[in-house]
Design a protein around this ligand. Structure first.
Ligand code: C2O
Ligand code: CU
Ligand code: CU
Length: 468
């Protein structure tokens, strides 16, 4: 039934190897080296057009295909993307809207498209069971049944998610609702409402992406791409600007701050607005996590500021003299109703253990034909996630659950930090740590829980549950 599952995208790798040798031969006489220092204007993904004119109904078309991307001028590299050569457009939905997405696989290998953070039935989720063979299409439909949020989409084919994301398959999903529209937040896309899809990458001297794993896992990238832009800069007005940040890396955590150590307001976590903005000076995102922040560029006496990852600048802002009237950031953002707990919630324990690029959950490696947990529909449960560490371990595992947005109850018995008191779908669990979350599923079907280090996910650190 799932024979396609064993087909790895070898043809893509082979194609890359062949083109690399072709380029190397062709460029033999050329002395120019790929220059990762060249500055580029930050690219912005387009917002995909809804082709259905009925209000309340939206229809979108996505096509995954192979293409070429010049991360630096004159150095085209083989990449993959949705409706383009690297990354994909923003899918923008309204809460309550009926959505159909036509996904065409024009790649030479199978893929899937998973809507990370979207609360939909298991069959629409785009996990490993919804494989799309080359040349085929998949058209999930669903009603958007959750509040305003910044979510994302990416492949989820068993054993190939890491490769496919690394070479370009990922995109953002925005959900709007009455709350987001009523808040008077910066919402001029590309001007004061800016997506930041952040990824670490390695490049070869010929400009190709260089995906390498070692015994320890994926080799961390020495270069940061934002929206697929190498060494990006962005011109901003002197106004408040909202950034929707996604860590779309395979395995790296980012520690964001600004070069002048200025503070900013975090307004949203994975699944939507926090109750109130939180003033912060730094923000850590693990793979799969998102945050929305608001930066006040009117306060700055400077003309340039950089967004930093730790001590490295990753995006330079040129602040123009133009002063723009900005609305004040509201003190209150949204009500977050606590998930009702019931009398005696079922408790499930998930013990994470890793070894290099592989790992297990509760001692088991992922099996497509095994349902690990049977979970009743619309009943609150407490999930206890423990990171037992392991050999050649990473600093922690971002634990992700499909088909829901959950609430974090505690970290090692203590209250979660303010930024984790909103809706979450991915939670970082450090080595030795125990995180408790409250979950409730409102849609039926088979869903995944897994470590969002993509090499761990591909390496078996994933399980599945059936909600009914
Ligand atoms: Cu973002 Cu199961 O994935
Ligand atoms: Cu997901
Ligand atoms: Cu992991």
């Amino acid at each position: 039934m799932y024979e396609w599952n064993n087909i790895r995208p070898l043809s893509f790798k082979a194609a890359i190897l062949i083109s690399i040798s072709v380029v190397l031969t062709a460029c033999n006489g050329l002395k120019t080296e790929f220059d990762s220092q060249q500055e580029h204007k930050l690219k912005l993904p387009v917002i995909l057009e809804d082709t259905n004119s009925d209000p309340g109904v939206a229809e979108f078309s996505l096509e995954a295909s192979e293409g070429r991307t010049e991360f630096a001028e004159g150095f085209p590299a083989d990449t993959i993307g949705y409706n383009g050569s690297y990354l994909g457009p923003v899918l923008r939905f309204s809460s309550g809207e009926k959505v159909t997405i036509h996904v065409k696989n024009s790649l030479s290998f199978p893929t899937t498209v998973h809507w990370h953070g979207l609360v939909v039935e298991g069959e629409m989720d785009g996990g490993p069971h919804q494989g799309i063979m080359p040349g085929e299409s998949w058209s999930p439909d669903f009603t958007v049944d959750q509040p305003a949020a910044t979510l994302w989409y990416h492949p989820h084919l068993m054993g190939s998610s890491a490769d496919q994301v690394y070479f370009g398959l990922a995109g953002l999903i925005y959900i709007d609702d009455e709350v987001s529209e009523g808040l008077n937040l910066p919402d001029n896309y590309g001007v004061n409402d800016i997506p930041l899809i952040v990824q670490d990458r390695n490049f070869r001297s010929d400009g190709y992406l260089d995906y390498r794993t070692s015994m320890m896992g994926v080799v961390p990238g020495d270069t940061i791409l934002i929206n697929g832009t190498l060494n990006p800069y962005l011109d901003v007005n002197r106004e408040t600007v909202r950034f929707r940040i996604l860590n779309a890396s395979n395995s790296e955590n980012f520690n964001f701050r600004f070069s002048d150590d200025s503070s900013f307001q975090q307004i949203a976590s994975d699944g939507g607005f926090l109750e109130e903005p939180i003033s912060r000076e730094s923000l850590i995102l693990a793979p799969g996590e998102r945050a929305e922040i608001i930066v006040d560029f009117t306060k700055s006496g400077r003309d340039t500021i950089s967004l930093m990852n730790g001590n490295s600048p990753i995006l330079d802002f040129n602040i123009s003299g133009k002063e723009m009237a900005s609305a004040a950031i509201p003190d209150f953002l949204s009500d977050i109703a606590e998930i009702p707990e019931g009398d005696n919630p079922r408790v499930r324990v998930f013990e994470l253990q890793s070894m290099g690029v592989t790992g297990t959950i509760n001692g088991k490696s992922f099996d497509m034909d095994r349902i690990d947990e049977d979970v009743p529909l619309k009943e609150t449960e407490i999930w206890v996630i423990r990171n037992l560490g392991g050999m050649m371990q990473t600093s922690g595992h971002p634990f992700h659950v499909h088909g829901t947005q959950f609430q974090v109850i505690s970290r090692d018995g203590k209250d979660p930090p303010l930024e984790e008191r909103g809706w979450k779908d991915t939670v970082f669990v450090k080595t030795g740590e125990e995180v408790k979350i409250k979950v409730r599923f409102s849609k039926e079907g088979v869903f995944m829980y897994h470590c969002h280090i993509l090499e761990h996910e591909d390496g078996g650190m994933m399980g599945q549950f059936r909600v009914q």
